[in-house]
Design a protein around this ligand. Structure first.
Ligand SMILES: C[S@@+](CC[C@H](N)C(=O)[O-])C[C@H]1O[C@@H](n2cnc3c(N)ncnc32)[C@H](O)[C@@H]1O
Length: 209
């Protein structure tokens, strides 16, 4: 939580977001009406809160996990199509936490997401391209639970990516039960236990002599 986000929540008339997000920000809410949404009713909840903004002059904060510029575009688009003015208040992404845990920097890293609705083929091709290229770290957002770390590792091995490349899987970063696993792509492909839906994969840049 950044100071600016905390202030926005404290000063707003309405605060909307998924229940798991609202559970985190609840202590910062002063007088706002809390509007909890789920995937199935998000359109109705957004219609309601935006109606309060447009017709009753209320102020509204819609909360997203972490940073809203990291894989939160779907929610952002739903808000943007309803109102003319949206102020984006940046947050701290779980990607930044993963980068801090490994000590890698953005300028040495490629970001690939499999969290795409329109099919993952292109994203997987891009991932394989950059893994074979070998010049950067790669941070990969899996797609729970269709494409998870072990399956992804097995898939990229079958496409000729070297199995000895080092990687780390971070699970539930900043939560009390945070975990990380490190090993090679080949070892990851052999894991049979399930990973959390809150997981990031980091493929480390190969060491150069
Ligand atoms: C739709 S993205 C949203 C990311 C969010 N906007 C952010 O900046 O952290 C959700 C995905 O991010 C990853 N993720 C989010 N929070 C995480 C955490 N605390 N630990 C590990 N992975 C996380 C998981 O892969 C999850 O499926």
């Amino acid at each position: 939580m950044t100071i600016k986000r905390k202030q926005a929540i404290e000063e707003s008339d309405l605060v909307a977001g998924f229940e798991t997000v609202l559970n985190v920000i609840r202590p910062f809410v002063k007088g706002a009406e809390l509007c909890s949404m789920a995937y199935r009713d998000q359109e109705e909840v957004l219609d309601y809160v935006v109606d309060m903004v447009v017709n009753e002059g209320k102020s509204l904060v819609v909360c997203a996990w972490g940073d809203l510029n990291v894989s939160a575009k779907e929610l952002l688009d739903r808000v943007r199509k309803r109102v003319d003015h949206v102020e984006l208040v940046p947050g701290i992404s779980s990607v930044q936490i993963a980068m801090s845990r490994t000590g890698i920097s953005l300028e040495h890293t490629i970001f690939v997401t499999l969290h795409v609705r329109a099919g993952t083929e292109d994203a997987l091709d891009e991932l394989i391209h950059y893994l074979k290229d070998g010049r950067r770290n790669i941070i990969l957002l899996p797609c729970p639970f269709d494409l998870m770390p072990a399956g992804i590792a097995a898939g990229i091995l079958s496409k000729g990516v070297p199995g000895n490349r080092q990687m780390t899987v971070f699970q539930r970063l900043t939560h009390y039960d945070e975990q990380s696993w490190s090993g090679t792509i080949k070892e990851c492909s052999e894991i049979t236990t399930e990973f959390s839906d809150l997981s990031w994969m980091v493929f480390h840049q190969p060491e150069t002599d």
